[in-house]
Design a protein around this ligand. Structure first.
Ligand SMILES: Cc1cc2nc3c(=O)[nH]c(=O)nc-3n(C[C@H](O)[C@H](O)[C@H](O)COP(=O)(O)OP(=O)(O)OC[C@H]3O[C@@H](n4cnc5c(N)ncnc54)[C@H](O)[C@@H]3O)c2cc1C
Ligand SMILES: NC(=O)C1=CN([C@@H]2O[C@H](COP(=O)(O)OP(=O)(O)OC[C@H]3O[C@@H](n4cnc5c(N)ncnc54)[C@H](OP(=O)(O)O)[C@@H]3O)[C@@H](O)[C@H]2O)C=CC1
Ligand SMILES: O=C(O)C(=O)Cc1c[nH]c2ccccc12
Length: 420
């Protein structure tokens, strides 16, 4: 059962009433909702565990990263990219755009505040959001009370680092792709890159460009598509075709084009999944690789493809086919996961994996004033689409309830101390 709370809880010095929604996360999704609310005159606060906006982009990505979808699919609502941005902006350009976005809409998140729990109190019809400060020497807890809660913590909130037998005895440097900046410090090393998603492919490519020797683990299968087909973005082409053709047919066409342009990638050890690339993205959330040069390095043998890992030992890895490799370092490009189940007390909107149960475009709204933004498995364009719906819906309710409150003084509003 939900724990209830009385007036004494609201009166505690760490309890803050928010007149409007609390948004959790100051990434592109949280900023886009904030911008939409600003435009409609709705007050809100954003709570962010890091000390900056867009921490995924600022702190957990490598230097050579560029957006791999054309810019028109990556800009947030109501504020276009600068005209001089290239078709595929660099991560530094994207971060600078997000900084301008926050400035333009005058969005000022509360930094270094990690949300530890959020619970709905049915008696009062309010959300109770507890945070812990992460910046200073002392951990200070604050509790926010609000009518609406926007979950914008992302599909990539925590790294996935699987356990491997013997890894503790390996002795070399082991890191996750989220801590990899460049291949410079790996020059001359034999590096095992575990995972062949976009991170594994691009880290392997970057390692080659810094004279390291990567071996990339492909334990199952992967769809590799060219980033462009005859000079036009593959993604854009797929989006255009989806307007007229069923998904399975677009997938078939994608695979024929990929075969024409890239050849048979299976002969390099890159087995293709049975399901088509878009269907797999939609059903399992597995993003196809959009190739920006790794495939050439695989063809030339500069990136070696190896099968799954059996176990590690000192300076070595044993693979499932019995082969043993000597390696100096390991980079886990094994992906990310949502952290929503660790803090949101909800069994309606989100699944156990921390993504909305209802598929796109119906996963943005829950009961009791909870919303999800940026969990559509559709990257930045999905985040924008959610953000527009959420900001509009909250503004509508906020205006109605604020008007109503002025006349009726709902008891739940009277019980709280307003700090805003
Ligand atoms: C390497 C990489 C490249 C990508 N490239 C593209 C691309 O080119 N195009 C595209 O469309 N998509 C891309 N994506 C997908 C990416 O998820 C989106 O671009 C975008 O960052 C999603 O925004 P978001 O705000 O939903 O999540 P995030 O950017 O992850 O932001 C969530 C924020 O919530 C904060 N947070 C998490 N938990 C808490 C908590 N408990 N309390 C307080 N704050 C919390 C985090 O610190 C973070 O700042 C890429 C992803 C990765 C990992
Ligand atoms: N330029 C860009 O825009 C970039 C975008 N991204 C995006 O970021 C998101 C995350 O991508 P990414 O970090 O690549 O994560 P992904 O989840 O896409 O890929 C994880 C990879 O790790 C493998 N893996 C997981 N566990 C193990 C294990 N125990 N042993 C061996 N292999 C394992 C998976 O294999 P299996 O399939 O068998 O489970 C898969 O190949 C994606 O949406 C991606 O598109 C990432 C980098 C660059
Ligand atoms: O790069 C990512 O993580 C994305 O989610 C972008 C994206 C959304 N839909 C896609 C379909 C194919 C390739 C990339 C994406």
């Amino acid at each position: 059962m939900f724990q209830t709370f009385g007036p004494e809880d609201f009166l505690s010095s760490r309890c803050i009433w928010v007149n409007g929604p609390v948004i959790v996360g100051a990434g592109p999704s949280g900023l886009a909702v904030g911008a939409g609310l600003k435009n409609q005159g709705v007050p809100f606060i954003i709570l962010e565990r890091a000390n900056c906006i867009a921490s995924l982009w600022q702190k957990k990505t490598y230097n050579r990263l560029k957006l791999h979808l054309p810019k028109k699919f990556c800009q947030l609502p109501n504020f276009p990219f600068p005209e001089d941005f290239p078709e595929y902006p660099t991560k530094f350009q994207f971060i600078s755009y997000l900084e301008s976005y926050a400035k333009h809409f005058d969005i000022n998140p509360h930094f270094n505040e990690t949300v530890q729990s959020a619970k709905y109190d049915e008696t009062f019809g309010l959300w109770r959001v507890k945070t812990i400060s992460t910046g200073g020497p002392n951990a200070i807890g604050v509790e926010y009370i609000c009518r609406w809660l926007v979950v914008a913590t992302g599909e990539n909130a925590e790294k996935v680092a699987p356990e491997f037998e013997g890894l503790q005895d390996f002795g070399g440097h082991v890191t996750h792709a989220c801590d990899y900046k460049s291949g410079q410090s790996y020059s001359g090393e034999r590096v095992l890159v575990v995972g062949c998603g976009n991170s594994g492919m691009e880290v392997s490519l970057d390692l080659c460009n810094h004279n390291a020797n990567p071996s990339m683990v492909v334990r199952s299968s992967v769809h590799v598509l060219p980033r462009e087909v005859f000079g036009k973005s593959t993604f854009e082409l797929a989006v255009s075709m989806m307007k007229w053709l069923p998904l399975w047919l677009v997938d078939k066409i994608m695979l024929i084009l990929a075969h024409l342009i890239l050849g048979n990638t299976e002969k390099y050890g890159l087995k293709r999944p049975c399901m088509g690339p878009l269907e797999l993205k939609n059903t399992a959330g597995k993003t196809p690789v959009l190739d920006i040069g790794a495939l050439d390095k695989i063809r030339s043998g500069e990136i070696k493809i190896v099968p799954g890992i059996k176990k590690f030992s000192r300076g070595r890895v044993e693979l499932v086919n019995g082969q043993t490799l000597e390696v100096d370092s390991v980079i886990l490009a094994t992906g990310y996961r949502s952290n929503v189940p660790s803090w949101l007390k909800d069994d309606e909107l989100f699944s156990e994996e921390g993504i909305p149960k209802k598929p796109f475009p119906n996963g943005w709204k829950g009961k009791s004033g909870v919303y999800a933004v940026g969990f559509t498995r559709r990257g930045l364009s999905g985040a924008s689409s959610d953000a527009i719906c959420v900001a509009h819906d909250i503004a509508k309710c906020w205006k109605e309830e604020t008007k109503h409150k002025k006349t009726s003084m709902d008891p739940r509003h009277r019980r709280c101390i307003s700090h805003f």
